[in-house]
Design a protein around this ligand. Structure first.
Ligand code: ADP
Ligand code: MG
Length: 498
């Protein structure tokens, strides 16, 4: 097993490759260059689409994943929120589909997709489908369909006829497969997006059942915020000797998101702090995270009573309402979305400037996903966490997970009592202490007084090109259809699964 590691600034690429593949793009010299989509060997219609979307160059994760996926084999990928992972898997697979049908012949109306993307939430499935539709705008003969719960069956069944790429949530996909409305045995590549979330939501068995239904496929790509042991276990059952691409992981600092913590004495105090931040003149759109569905409704009600344009979003709402509310956020008609963790992943609304954690997440890793709703596509963002004294252990868990202290700040006039200010760090923990007042307070007032100019600048982000060397290889992977015939020795063959 060959292990290649390259470290530069905050960006880490770690590729575990079983055997050197001929021309494998991740094997080779470390070199610095900027890679355009053209250099990645993508078909003309995809180049037109990326240009129309304003993507001038590939993001680091796209630079690594596109050639790797085109060259074949199974890959596990981890990279920060908002770093462009969706296009990183869609582009190479759409490229394969275009290469397999160069004349854009109309697709037969059978429900037998070749590419299957699995997503943990309906919102994410819709987001990924919308991205895929944008990317095939200039291609002929490629059809995209979305399968997810909460929407009428009839429309989905007719939509999947003739679709080459299906984006699905696991439950409804299995429903449709069981009723023979879709066949999965022609799938050549399966992508599992947000794999760690899939496991959190209890989709392991469903994913394994889907994996069996398309076990003849030649390629599996798995995207996950972490490569924790439970993810590796899932990877072992779904994939064949996967290569690994890891860029600026969830643990790494989101350089473009200014993170602040406010200690509060009570829920009423948190409401005052929330109101303060929502009146920030630099706030364009905010997602306020609540711990429970009921809290999301209560907070949205109270914000509306205070004259804010706020709306709630949670998983107990009918899907049509969820869709409408998200759509209204995307169109800029909703300024404040108060949501549960259903919105922690997948929502890509570049105009979200602020994420406010009113209720803390159950799991530390959800903190990273929540704050990743801002600072998308290389923009900057602000993430505010409101915590009560009793939340200390959760804050510690977040700090441990992100491996960085959350800077506590105070808003003049909204200071917490002495008890709440007490630092949560255990003496001798070796981690940096927080500032309570002092610098923090002046930062807070600067932010408010000066339109947050300083708070919003960032040094480096995952869209920026790293300054150090990186894996790039030739950057020109072999083109042409690779389905079923991966460059990886073991991947193209029919596989057995432990
Ligand atoms: P992730 O899945 O990593 O959280 P997304 O794939 O949702 O992130 O992408 C985040 C945002 O970046 C989206 O708005 C997307 O349109 C945009 N984006 C993706 N690739 C590029 C690129 N090469 N150049 C500019 N913007 C991009
Ligand atoms: Mg994503």
């Amino acid at each position: 097993m060959k292990r290649t590691t390259c470290l530069f600034d905050c960006l880490l690429v770690d590729a575990l490759i079983d055997q050197p593949q001929k021309g494998h793009p991740l094997i080779g010299m470390c070199m610095t260059m900027t890679i355009s989509f053209k250099e990645l060997g993508l078909a003309q219609p995809l180049l037109q689409a990326t240009e129309a979307l304003g993507y001038t160059q590939a993001t680091p994760v796209q630079e690594k994943v596109i050639p790797a996926a085109i060259s074949g084999g199974d890959w596990m990928v981890s990279s920060q929120t908002g770093s462009g992972k969706t296009a990183a898997f869609l582009l190479p697979l759409l490229n394969q589909l275009i290469a397999a049908n160069p004349n854009g012949k109309p697709v037969p109306g059978r429900a037998e997709p070749q590419v299957l993307v699995l997503c943990p939430t309906r919102e994410l499935a819709q987001q990924v489908s919308a991205d895929a539709i944008n990317l095939v705008k200039f291609a002929r003969g490629i059809r995209i369909a979305t399968i997810m719960g909460g929407m009428p069956y009839g429309k989905q069944i007719s939509q999947i006829k003739g679709a080459n790429l299906v984006v699905a949530t696991p439950g409804r996909l299995l429903d449709l497969s069981n009723s023979r409305a879709i066949r999965l045995d022609k799938v050549k590549c399966m992508i599992v997006d947000e794999a760690d979330r899939m496991l959190d939501l209890g989709f392991q068995d469903d994913i394994e059942a889907i994996h069996e239904l398309c076990s003849d496929r030649g390629q599996t790509l798995m995207f996950s915020a972490t490569f924790a042991p439970r993810i590796m276990q899932l990877a072992t059952s779904l994939m064949n000797n996967p290569g690994r691409i890891e860029l600026a992981s969830a643990h790494d600092k989101h350089e473009n998101i200014a993170q602040t913590l406010h200690w509060a004495d009570s829920v009423a105090h948190k409401h005052k702090l929330l109101s303060h931040w929502l009146s920030d003149p630099t706030m364009e759109q905010a997602v306020v995270f609540a711990s429970t569905q009921a809290d999301s409704e209560t907070i949205a009600d109270s914000l509306r009573a205070d004259g804010h344009e706020a709306t709630a979003l949670h998983g107990a709402m009918p899907q049509a309402v969820r869709n409408r509310r998200l759509q209204s956020l995307r169109k800029g008609q909703t300024r404040i979305l108060v949501a549960t963790d259903v919105a922690a992943r997948g929502i890509d609304v570049p105009t979200i400037t602020h994420v406010i954690n009113f209720g803390l997440p159950m799991k530390a890793e959800d903190y990273v996903h929540r704050i990743g709703r801002t600072g998308r596509a290389g923009r900057s963002g602000v993430a505010i966490t409101l915590a009560e004294h009793r939340d200390r252990s959760k804050i510690r868990a977040i700090e441990q997970y992100t491996q960085q202290p959350l800077q506590a700040e105070v808003i003049p006039g909204l200071e917490p009592s002495e008890k709440s200010r007490k630092p949560s760090h255990r003496p001798g923990s070796g981690r940096p202490g927080r500032s309570f007042g002092g610098k923090g307070a002046s930062n807070a007032s600067n932010r408010h007084g000066q339109g947050q100019g300083e708070g919003k600048t960032f040094k480096q982000n995952h869209f920026a090109k790293p300054s150090g060397p990186k894996f790039a290889g030739s950057g020109k992977p072999s083109s042409g259809p690779k389905f079923g015939g991966s460059g990886k020795p073991s991947s193209g063959q029919k596989r057995t699964f432990a």
